[in-house]
Write a protein that binds this ligand. Structure first.
Ligand code: NAD
Length: 287
């Protein structure tokens, strides 16, 4: 807590990756949370943190084995859900409702990276396929969670995963950048409509978290297929963070999502919480 924060501020050591991960408790007692892309990476860390804070978690993903194992380990439920398919998303929301009778939180987080390359050679079918997941998937989530939350009459919190790539060009493929900007847009416009129902809609925008998605993007980009997560983390720390070489962690993003999901953020909506070690605001200092 505060003592740890002061240690960092006093310069007694480099800022540490979040180490108080499981000491934050009971922020979500009794709430039902649906997490798309929850089988691994940022979504999985968030599933664990939400469950540790008393939430009943439904993991929706296409990685059935990983998702089921994780759901079992946190007393949650797993549902196979390809977010690009509206019917799958509708069923995932229904599962949450059938399980506990209400849905309070959606972490709308599933996403994929896309092939990089020149705009002059952009393959429209690649772009359409990416948008089906990263953009349509987010819309499906907001639509069906909002229906359930409006019906429930007790408000709710929807958090969508955008990206630093929505803010800065040239970080990822054109299609990915477009999709993540679209996430900010639909979150903002939904927040305007849903506020009257006590439903908050916000985004988190991570940067440079060495998950499987980022590691494989670096591997392809650099043509080094044996690049390790540690090497990616080091590279990101050097070039993609103002915090003395530290890259982001899945826990950093999970904590941001926890805050937005909880009543602590009760007056925060239509916001984009950037979790980037300062990268998108201060990158000129990094050259
Ligand atoms: P990840 O690849 O580890 O996790 C993504 C999860 O989404 C996986 O479990 C995957 O199976 C799931 N998924 C993919 N397609 C799906 C589909 N059609 N339906 C349902 N689930 C699907 O990567 P991650 O880094 O944890 O990514 C999570 C989110 O964070 C993504 O939206 C990503 O764009 C975003 N993001 C990540 C970073 C980063 O640095 N890692 C930065 C900015 C934004």
């Amino acid at each position: 807590g505060w003592a740890r924060a002061q240690t960092g501020l006093n310069g007694l050591g480099p800022p540490q990756a979040t180490s108080h991960f499981y000491t934050v408790k009971n922020r979500l007692t009794g709430k039902v949370a649906l997490i798309t892309g929850g089988a691994r990476g940022i979504g999985a860390a968030t599933a664990k943190l939400f469950a540790g804070n008393g939430a009943h978690v439904v993991i929706a993903d296409i990685l059935d084995e990983l998702g089921t194992t994780l759901a079992d380990s946190i007393g949650g439920r797993y549902v196979h859900c390809d977010v690009a398919k509206e019917a799958d998303m509708e069923s995932a929301v229904q599962l949450a409702l059938m399980w506990k009778g209400h849905l309070d939180i959606l972490f709308n987080n599933a996403g994929i990276g896309g092939p990089t390359g020149s705009i002059t050679n952009l393959k429209m079918d690649h772009m359409t396929a990416l948008l089906a997941i990263n953009m349509n998937g987010i819309v499906h989530g907001i639509k069906h969670a909002a229906r359930a939350m409006i019906k429930g009459g007790k408000g709710g919190s929807i958090i969508c995963t955008s990206s630093s790539a929505a803010i800065m060009g040239g970080l990822a493929s054109h299609a990915y950048t477009l999709s993540k900007e679209a996430v900010l847009g639909i979150a903002r416009s939904s927040a305007c409509e849903l506020g009257i129902h006590g439903i908050r809609v916000n985004c988190v925008s991570p940067h440079g978290v060495p998950t499987e998605m980022l590691v494989s993007a670096y591997q392809t980009f650099l043509g080094k297929m044996d690049l390790s997560p540690e090497e990616v983390s080091k590279t990101v720390g050097k070039k993609g963070s103002l915090l003395r070489g530290r890259s982001g962690s899945v826990e950093d993003v999970a904590h941001a999502a926890l805050f937005l999901a909880s009543d602590d953020a009760g007056f925060i909506t239509a916001h984009n919480l950037v979790v980037d070690g300062g990268y998108t605001s201060g990158c000129s200092q990094m050259s």
